[in-house]
Design a protein around this ligand. Sequence first.
Ligand code: GLV
Ligand code: MN
Ligand code: MN
Length: 441
Amino acid sequence: MTLTINTDRLLRELHHLASLTDCPPTEDTSLPAPTQAVTRIVFTPRDLEARAWLTSLATAAGFSTRVDAVGNTFLRFAGSDPTLPAVGTGSHTDAIPHAGMYDGTVGVLGGLEAMRALKESGFVPRRSIETLMFTSEEPTRFGIGCIGSRLLGGVIDPAIADALPDRLPETDPQAPEGLTLQQVRTAAGFTGPLAGVKLSSNYYAAWVELHIEQGPLLEREGIPLGIVTHIAAPASYRFTVTGFGGHAGALLMPDRRDALCAAAEIILSVERHTLAANAAAKASGHSGVDSVATIGTVGVHPGAVNSVPSRVTLALDIRDTDVARRDHTMALLRADIADIQSRRHVTVAEELINADIPAASDPHILATLQAVCSAEAIPHKTMVSRAYHDSNFMARIAPIAMIFIPCRSGVSHRPDEYATPASIALGTRVLALALAELSLS
Ligand code: GLV
Ligand code: MN
Ligand code: MN
């Protein structure tokens, strides 16, 4: 088989998808190109536009398409024995506010290009090959990531998913308040019971996701490709700190129960315990970088310069390759929170959003990827994904692995996220060859 990845076509499509954005070019002139920030929140008109365009590309290439009740979109290159479990690839096209143009999109358009390149080379798969575009990998709209893949993997109760509140009104004053995922998806044209979304565990014989690394290691080490052996376990929590507000001039300092000051202590406590977890891991011979935690949003009520904050909401994202270590960090944080509550006379309510387990790649798929790299003389390394991915949840119903390509300076979730055309083409080539091999086995 002579396989040619059409890099120009793929790049053109990546740029077209980036143009489907709800964000003006970034005004930060210190950033290198691309300066076009991408915001594409699930089920907004932009997202629907991107979905329709993606489906039209697949149809033009001669692939069949199917969309499930939550909007997960399947593009299928039929195999000679379509009754066999398929081989899957794919990722997401939704983008957090002010994101870049490669996160997720490389895996979707790269998957489509891989199927097209295989078809154009005359290759006939035995198992069907599918490229999947997952709904809402990003947690922006419904507060939890990977909704589409959680449902496919049976990781979230369909009724709980349908009841997730729409958080768009928090950032978009035009958006109506009080809607649920069920109402939003229905309005977007995705109907039917979510219970039907889950895939059986023999739907996919193998699953491989292509993604930018979103970290600096491949670039730093000059290695063009990463093969992911494990995906770190993500968890997220929401904390609501309630104190006592009032007039910023009249409420005397000794009488204050400032919710934001208490929240500030919580934020620093998160950082302190995460750094300590890494230091302890390093002291016992581990890498010492596997614990990460972030307070990424702070909501201050009432949010006026001359009003003492009475209520603050914090969103915590905490991840680790070791779930026990993540739990230990949380236990230390909770002890600090108990102390902050009693010293500052505030209350802190904790709400669990998700606490997921890590995923491990399948040895046969890893061996297939390694064999492809060896046959193509591509230097590569095995690595851990510290970002989460839909593959985390596909791992519940299928053997998985992932391919990483370098991205400039490890930057992601920023407009200046960048991967070279050569890297994108290389990752797509390895993906295509691996899908071909897996489709015959
Ligand atoms: C995915 O976008 C992540 O936050 O890891
Ligand atoms: Mn992302
Ligand atoms: Mn992603």
